[in-house]
Design a protein around this ligand. Sequence first.
Ligand SMILES: [Zn+2]
Length: 304
Amino acid sequence: MTKPLIGIDLGGTKIEIAALAPDDGRFLLRERVATPQGGYDEVLSAMGDLVARAEATLGVQGLPVGVGIPGCISPATGVVKGANTTLLNGRALDRDLARLLHRPVRIENDANCLAVSEAVDGAGRGAHVVFAVILGTGVGAGIAIDGQAWAGAHGIAGEWGHNPAPRLADDRGVPAPHCWCGRGECIETLLSGPGFSADHLRHGGAQLEPPEIVAAAHGGDAAAQATQGRYAERLARALAQVINIIDPDVIVLGGGLSNIAWLYDEVPRRWASHVFSDVVTTPLRAAVHGDSSGVRGAAWLWRG
Ligand SMILES: [Zn+2]
């Protein structure tokens, strides 16, 4: 067997490390720790400790390390931008980590890691182009082409969560939400978990979590059914724009809201009328590796 591949998923609340067997992708080890809240240097040293422990357990030194992060390394400045874990912004994480670990590291946006993970051995296995979406506390997306992350000229390919959200006729007279990024009514403000709940509230519903809205809709609550319908319609329109631009072979959903089963029939049924094609056969699939896709995709950055 060739060397194991190490992936690290760096998030605001936890850091996960995993080692994958390169031939069949099985986990050789995985460990999670809470992300230190004391500052950037603490986060760096926590990552260094995780790699040292993993290599001690595996009995191999100098393994390739890939890292998935919120945001990306800006090609223009060489430092992290756009991370909601803000202590990373402005930092040369790739160079700092390379110095600490005495080896080159590869760093990618976490949604790109999801796309790579699902393209290599998940819901998009064997597909040429995979568009992978995270519907969670935020909305991110990434593109994998032949199993490799497509970062784009500015490192922002797939940042579809900050495109303008489609307005619906039902939204007339309802105040538009504003995104933390300052761009206004972004897709994230409506299709994230908090966005789903806030939309229900703005349209006169109660303060409910997304699973409670789905359960209420299932139980016949008309307001919850309407909120669910708006969510599906917005997601369908937003994904139709993606299909019209890159026409991916598969679209994969990850994140907490990807557990909503009815999306997988309802959204493709609705996007058919928004895609500029006589026939739309794009499969919409749930991520196979769930929460593990971030760390798996990071490890696969060194594949092949
Ligand atoms: Zn935004």
